[in-house]
Ligand binder design. Structure first.
Ligand code: ATP
Length: 133
């Protein structure tokens, strides 16, 4: 089985690395699946879970925006923030989710605060998904 080398890095350092059979990410243009030998590309990322598949296992990493750079034999995910499941503080994510939901109830759709609260809710939901909650 051919593999592609994957690195997930943030301003705080490397979060994840390994040789994968497939990687899927949530790009701003939609879900993107990458196999070894993929054509080169750079794409902006949305908030979402990155799925990393190897030997019938799937690892998840939560990513809060940034960029993916694909080359035929390696993928770099440059994330604004990223967490592996073991690094996720579930209680913190649950509190962030509650805070964002309360703000969304109060904010009007067109307000900047609405968009901010929506993104905060997406980050919290993604962290809870990746942590298996
Ligand atoms: P909060 O409101 O709890 O700070 P947030 O979504 O606003 O959440 P970010 O701005 O996305 O937080 O992230 C700031 C830093 O905190 C990043 O380094 C990120 O990895 C980390 N972080 C945020 N939430 C969690 C969490 N639930 N568990 C572990 N690390 C977290």
């Amino acid at each position: 089985m051919s593999t592609i080398s994957v690195n997930v890095v943030t301003p705080d350092g490397a979060i994840y690395e390994g040789d994968m059979e497939m990687v899927s990410v949530r790009a701003q243009s939609g879900e993107l699946g990458i196999l070894p030998g993929h054509i080169p590309l750079v794409a902006p990322l949305a908030v979402g879970a990155v799925r990393l598949k190897y030997e019938a296992k799937i690892d998840l990493v939560s990513v809060s925006g940034g960029f993916i750079e694909v080359r035929p034999d390696n993928v770099t995910i440059l994330a604004e923030a990223a967490e592996a499941p073991s690094n996720i503080d579930v209680e913190r994510a649950q509190q962030a989710k509650k805070r964002a939901e309360d703000r969304l109830e109060r904010a009007k759709q067109e307000e900047i605060d609405f968009k901010r609260a929506q993104l905060a809710l997406e980050r919290a939901r993604t962290r809870l998904e990746v942590a298996g909650k």
